[in-house]
Write a protein that binds this ligand. Structure first.
Ligand code: DAH
Length: 355
């Protein structure tokens, strides 16, 4: 006859000593599995005398029940220990201060460009584009710029080598060629602005060989100088955020406009500091004029039927004036320290740590 108590004690001790869920599972299989020690004893019951079978059967049943219970208890306690250990190891200290985030900045030029576009968009302008590599025709000839004009000179303009047709393309020296492209493509009335890159052979604190301009073109059938003035006065006042900003139109000359005017805004430069909107000095902001009838004709428009006005401004220049940036060169140096100083946060709310 088996010593069931001894067997029970041995198994209970092993259960108690199991250190892991795996050990415990192995033990369960050894005792209660298909070929487990208690299972085999159960299987032998059939060969016993009926009385003996009942007696041993009861013992084995209670032994099995006991062992199952203690395995279950041990399992719960091992699981709890495991969970506690895991929680402890993976604990997050939510009271720690956040690490400074490095937030990117909007480049002052992008910001300026967005502002200019949105002001003109509110006046009903759409954005037009043209290629950076331009033909002599669009960059000069169609704009009524004569052969001997200084803008065509080698030392101002980046020319490409002659192509197979003997043509020398240029890196566009202004955004004005897009005026021509627009008039060729769209029928009046039209109202476009052309923000984009432009190129000139120039490099100092206020000139970069690559820079940006924004051109404007309005064509209609009853347009005159007062429309030009109203549009540009509104633009200057909104852009610089000064409601009564003095704006002056000074007679000038551009081959593609007649008459032409340069636009100045009032400012003061007391003790070296530039203040826009007060004082009795003037700052040049943009060039403008009524589209020259010859330019209209070059685009197949009848100057007796259509008139228009145009304007062009340097975006870096207005960005520097508006945001008090003294030197143009760092605009394109990709220096993060400069960007941190002059750049803009992408979000209005910036309660996050600023890196
Ligand atoms: N294209 C001229 C420049 O680069 C700027 C300009 C002046 C554009 C007068 C215009 C304009 O459309 O009407 O200096």
């Amino acid at each position: 006859m088996q010593d069931y108590d001894k067997l029970k004690n041995e198994v209970l001790i092993k259960i108690k000593e199991a250190n892991s869920l795996d050990d415990l599972e192995n033990l369960r299989v050894q005792v209660l599995g298909k070929k487990g020690s208690i299972t085999s004893l159960m299987k032998q019951l059939g060969s016993l005398e009926p009385d003996k079978r009942r007696e041993v059967g009861q013992i084995l049943n209670s032994l099995q029940k006991n062992i199952i219970e203690s395995i279950d208890n041990k399992k719960s306690s091992l699981e709890e220990t495991y969970l506690n250990k895991k929680l402890k190891n993976e604990a997050l200290d939510i009271t720690l201060p956040t690490r400074p985030e490095n937030i990117g900045r909007i480049h002052p030029l992008s910001k300026t460009m967005d502002e200019v576009i949105s002001i003109f968009a509110q006046m009903g302008f759409t954005v037009a584009e043209g290629p950076d590599i331009e033909s002599d025709f669009y960059n000069f000839t169609a704009l009524n710029i004569p052969q001997e004009h200084p803008a065509r000179q080698e030392h101002d303009t980046f020319y490409f080598n002659e192509d197979e047709n003997g043509e020398r393309k240029v890196l566009r020296t202004h955004t004005s060629p897009v005026q021509i492209r627009t008039m060729e493509k769209l029928k009046p009335p039209l109202r476009v602005i052309v923000p984009g890159r432009t190129y000139r052979s120039d490099h100092d604190a206020t000139h970069s060989p690559m820079f940006h301009q924004c051109e404007g073109l309005v064509i209609g059938d009853k347009l005159n100088m007062s429309h030009l003035k109203g549009c540009l006065i509104d633009f200057c006042r909104i852009f610089f955020g000064v409601d009564d900003l003095p704006v002056r139109f000074r007679p000038s000359y551009f081959p593609f406009t007649e008459p032409s005017a340069e636009v100045d805004i009032g400012c003061s430069r007391k003790s070296g500091e530039l203040i826009i909107g007060e004082g009795d000095e003037w700052l040049e902001i943009l060039g403008s004029g009524m589209v020259n009838p010859r330019v209209l004709q070059n685009c197949g428009l009848d100057p007796n039927e259509h008139q228009g006005f145009a304007f062009g401004m340097g975006l870096e220049r207005v960005a520097m004036l508006k945001y008090g940036i003294p030197d143009l060169r760092p605009f394109f140096d990709s220096d993060l320290r400069w960007m941190k100083h002059y750049g803009f946060f992408p979000f209005e709310q910036t309660s996050i740590h600023q890196g």
